[in-house]
Design a protein around this ligand. Structure first.
Ligand SMILES: [Zn+2]
Length: 100
């Protein structure tokens, strides 16, 4: 989905392919046979539990991003203090407890 969205802006896609030396990616296009094989007739993408587990192991993220932590921990580049930053404040008030 992200790749498809990237392709919808072909100028930026071409620039990034050239910038990162991905000329073969530029001419390859989307792997439609693999996409078609992965979707059922209702356009559902069903992934085996083993695939989800592999994704979680390799990325450190939950398969369903709604199950990931809402907080990301960073180290301030200036003072190295550990900071806990919310990814989103969606469905929260304008000011969360972190900012009050
Ligand atoms: Zn700091």
């Amino acid at each position: 989905m992200v790749w498809h969205a990237f392709l919808l802006n072909p100028r930026n896609y071409l620039e990034d392919c050239v910038r990162f030396g991905l000329n073969n990616l530029w001419v390859t296009g989307l792997p439609w046979p693999a996409v078609n094989a992965a979707l059922d007739t209702s356009f559902n993408y069903t992934v085996p539990e083993e695939g989800k587990a592999t994704f979680t192991t390799k990325t450190g993220h939950a398969w369903n991003n709604a199950e990931d932590s809402l907080i990301k921990t960073f180290h301030c580049p200036r003072c190295t203090q550990q900071l806990k930053i919310p990814w989103t404040t969606c469905c929260q008030g304008e000011k969360t407890s972190a900012y009050e």
